[in-house]
Each structure stands twice: as structure tokens, then as C-alpha cells.
Design a protein around this ligand. Sequence first.
Ligand SMILES: [Zn+2]
Ligand SMILES: [Zn+2]
Length: 174
Amino acid sequence: MHLGRCLCSEIEYVVEGQPRDVINCHCEFCQRATGSAYLVETIFEQENFRLQQGKPKIYRYTSAGSGKNIRIHFCAECGTKTHMTFDRFPTIVGVYSGTFDEKDWFERKRENTLHFFLSTAPKGTVLPTGFKIYDAHFWQSEGVAAKPNVFDAHTLVTDELRAESRQRLDDLKS
Ligand SMILES: [Zn+2]
Ligand SMILES: [Zn+2]
């Protein structure tokens, strides 16, 4: 069992077990919502996530990609986002992992850790060797898994690398 909380400790949650996936998301939604370069999102099944204290406010955002609602749960007092729930994936919870009390408790291995949205990652972002790096997210389209990039050395995001990533996405559309 691992605890997380917002900045003012009004909202407190617990999770059970390791996250199903760890997603480092470089999309524009996560950049803006976190005010940061990217989100480290740990994914849990609903039954492994429990609010222990407080009642978060919910901000509903319509995903540009799917047209479905994403619910951002946040503390009305201090503004910290603690987790997300999704109309598209109703059985899971995505945790804003900077809110865990213990930052390194979960595994961040190649087997469970994905990078999403190379196509919008800021210049200078480091993409680690051997990890799955997606141009957008995991699903290329409904039910079709996208093909990840895997780099054989740690790689910095450059204008060029990002342009190639966007080109691959455009090519899929045409
Ligand atoms: Zn708070
Ligand atoms: Zn994102």
C-alpha cells in the first residue's frame, strides 16, 4: 500500500500493488495541466485506488483525440491534481505520480514504462535507451496498437526528431 496526497494534505489516497503501466506523457494536454515538461502517470485498476481523505473537485476536459471526457481530480484548496479518470477507459485511474509520498516506490522498467507523444516533446527531453517511445499514444486508432520507436542510445529530442515523429503521424492519416 502506498500513500499520496495534495500539497495541503486535504486530499489523501492509497494504491495497492504495482502500477499496471507507467506513462511518461509528453502531450500538450499533460504539459499544460501539469505546468511542466511532461506527466509521469501511473495507471491502476479502479479497485487498487482508494481515496482516503477529502473530496477532490473534478474538472471535465474533452479529449481532442477521442472526443471523450477526461476527469481531472484536484484539491480545491491548494490546486494540486491527484488523479484522472476516463470515460474511454472506465476501469482505470491515472495518478499524477509526483503526489506520492515516496517518489521511487514503483518500478520504472522497460517492461512497464512507456513514453507517449514524442511528436510534442520539448527540445532537450531525454528519451532513454531501449524504452518504447510512441509518436502519439498507445492506440494508433480504435483497437489498433501503434508501433513504438526504440532508440539504441539515450536520445535528446531535437527539432528534427520531432518533425520526423509528426511526419510519421501524418503518413498514418493519409
Ligand atoms: Zn490540497
Ligand atoms: Zn498526456
